[in-house]
Design a protein around this ligand. Structure first.
Ligand SMILES: C[S@@+](CC[C@H](N)C(=O)[O-])C[C@H]1O[C@@H](n2cnc3c(N)ncnc32)[C@H](O)[C@@H]1O
Length: 476
């Protein structure tokens, strides 16, 4: 079946299960099922630079409006998958697995049933691969360059491997075909769970929510003042339902997953969902993408070792904001650190209030940050300019191995390494030979790693600019 036919089949399936973007109709007892689950509020569309396939408003939507309801019976969870599979539920009950491992096994088990699965129309809509950190190979991991990011990727892969290894016994007992038992299949299922499930109160692994999982992501903005949030465009106070702050939630009252417009949308806009507050590294780890402009992005830098004994802020609150400014806790703790030991006690309250202590103290802090950011940038194997050049070269769709070799060999040490580790050198490889799927995927993940690291470097670069300006202003 081709993609369009599969999508049509899926939409019919979702309609039959009662998924609806005109939820108000369902409250009307005389309501007849719509011929299609979408079309009243939303439609499926493609957004090349904002998540690919997603949902588009077919009419103007108001903030707080209910725009999609997915009944509980249409949610794919460990529970629903086990309900119709006695063998699976018996096996699961015999082993001690985490809730995520159970859902992973149940998903792969269902997938193995192919067209015989009642979830088949839905399963055809899952992506064939994910770019989450656990899917990165050694070359792609090293391309992140920053120790913290490399550590996060190695940890993600190690965790996935451990979960897979400890679940192989149950997959053997369930007589999985070798393909569905492989680490590659496990990474695919983990990627599906980490990037597509929604929170439900009864299962920590969450649920798969047909159609609801077509919403692409928008970062929640910095906390809005509640009084602002609870007023409509005319400044009128909104009622409880229309003023809710969550945009996707399971509601017992409706026995369904309900989605609300997080803002006002014009007809034709992409309707987005906030999956939560994530840095770009976290988005990459769990969802396999990063945002060009992420208000919640953070850069961590090595700090003086004796800093942490001076304050009580958690380590993860000491960072540089996406726009290059130091976080409140970073600035306050550094001010304390830059104060002579015998004065630290008496000025602690000033530092904790977020105020600067003195011109001299402020200059010491800013100069230290400038020096550290410069040091970190200098120790990385490529500069911002080199990364941006590499990214611009990679904008091009490579058609053949020869083209990749022509462009990448001789560009940077890293690009030569890419050609080598992907087996593109050697006799008999070249000419007009097309790129394998594996090489294309590796190019995508390498690009993601470069994009991530360049954004990190930009935050440090902007921090240098910010601190230099403060120093100059104070020195005038
Ligand atoms: C819940 S799915 C959203 C629908 C998805 N586009 C699809 O076709 O099924 C989440 C995935 O969509 C992609 N995505 C969502 N929001 C994105 C964004 N703002 N930019 C880039 N990719 C995004 C990522 O691949 C992510 O893992």
């Amino acid at each position: 079946m081709e993609e369009a036919a599969k999508l049509e089949h899926f939409m019919d399936w979702a309609t039959t299960l009662g998924v609806s973007d005109s939820p108000d109709d369902n409250q009307n007892p005389n309501h007849l099922h719509s011929p299609c689950c979408l079309g009243k509020s939303l439609t499926i569309s493609y957004f090349p630079n904002a998540g690919g396939r997603g949902l588009c408003a077919v009419r103007d939507l108001q903030k707080g409006q209910l725009i999609l309801r997915v009944p509980k019976s249409a949610l794919m969870t460990s529970q629903t998958l086990m309900m119709n599979d006695h063998k699976l539920s018996i096996s699961i009950s015999k082993f001690s697995l985490s809730s995520t491992q159970i859902l992973t096994v149940a998903l792969l088990n269902e997938l193995g049933k192919g067209k015989c699965s009642s979830w088949y129309p839905y399963l055809t809509q899952f992506p064939s691969n994910y770019d989450i950190l656990a899917s990165f190979d050694q070359f792609e991991i090293q391309a992140l360059q920053l120790d913290d990011a490399i550590w996060a990727a190695e940890k993600a892969l190690e965790k996935t491997k451990m979960e897979w290894e400890s679940a192989t016994v149950i997959m053997e007992e369930l007589l999985f075909k070798p393909h569905y038992m492989s680490l590659k299949a496990w990474i695919w299922a983990s990627g599906s769970i980490s990037s597509r499930t929604m929170h439900v109160p009864w299962d920590a692994a969450g649920c798969f929510c047909p159609i609801g999982d077509f919403f692409n992501y928008a970062a929640p903005e910095e906390e809005q003042v509640v009084s602002e949030d609870f007023r409509d465009d005319d400044g009128e106070q909104m009622d409880g339902i229309s003023a809710r702050l969550t945009d996707g939630v399971f509601e017992d009252e409706y026995d369904a997953y309900c989605f609300y417009a997080r803002t006002n949308y014009k007809k034709g806009d992409q309707v987005l969902l906030s999956y939560g507050t994530y840095t770009n590294l976290e988005l990459l780890e769990h969802y396999g993408f990063i945002l060009n402009s992420n208000p919640n992005d953070k850069a961590y830098i090595p700090l003086p070792p004796d800093l942490h004994s001076l304050h009580s802020w958690p380590k993860d609150s000491l960072y540089i904001h996406h726009n290059g400014t130091p976080s409140f806790a970073l600035l306050a703790s550094m001010r304390l650190w830059a104060t002579p030991t015998h004065l630290q006690k008496s000025i602690r309250y000033i530092a904790y209030s977020g105020s600067s202590i003195s011109t001299e103290n402020e200059i010491i802090v800013m100069e230290w940050l400038v020096k550290k950011c410069n040091q970190v940038l200098k120790n990385l194997s490529t500069s911002i300019e080199e990364d941006e050049l590499l990214l611009s070269v990679m904008e091009k769709e490579f058609e053949s191995v020869m083209e990749v070799k022509n462009v990448l060999l001789g560009l940077t040490g890293e690009s030569c390494e890419f050609v080598k580790v992907n087996g593109l050198v050697g006799d008999g490889i070249g000419g007009e030979m097309g790129l394998t799927k594996k090489t294309k995927r590796s190019l995508e993940k390498w690009k993601l790693a470069i994009s991530w690291r360049v954004k990190y470097k930009r935050m440090l670069h902007d921090c240098i600019l910010y601190c230099t300006k403060v120093i100059n202003d104070l020195s005038e």
